[in-house]
Ligand binder design. Sequence first.
Ligand SMILES: [Zn+2]
Length: 147
Amino acid sequence: MAYDPASGVLRSRTLTLSYEIPVSKIARFWEALAEGKVLGTVCKKCGRKMFPPQAVCDKCHSTDIDWFEIKSVGEVVAFTHIVVRPASFQDQKVYTPAIAEFKEEGVRVLAWVAPEVPKRQIKVGMKVRVEPRIEDNRRTWVFVPAE
Ligand SMILES: [Zn+2]
C-alpha cells in the first residue's frame, strides 16, 4: 500500500485478473466471431433458441444442438450505464450493457453498446445490429446502431 499525504489517498497494489472458462463444446461460436458472424444455438429437439450459445438445451436438456446466425436488426429493450466499474473492468471507460430483442431470430442478446456510440443516443427502442469485434486480442460482440 502506498499512502499519498498530498491527496489523502491510499493506493493498493494493482490487481490482475484472468479467467479460464472451458468452451470447447461451443468453440464454433468463438471461431465464427473471427469470421465476422455472431451465432446462437437452437435445440433440434424442442426448438429453443439460446444466446449466449449453450451446448445443452436449458429447456429440455438435449445435447442435439444446431447453430444459427444473428444478423437481423434488433431493438434495445433494456440498458444501463456502468459508471462504478468492478475491479476487472477498471481499465474501461463508462460502458453500457444492453439487451436487444431480435424477433426474426427469436432471441434476446446481451452485449455492450459499442464505445463510440454517444451515451445520449442509447434508448429503449433503438434499432441495433450485433457486430463481432476484436478488442485487446479478445473476441467479443457489441451493438451498433442499425440506422
Ligand atoms: Zn430443447
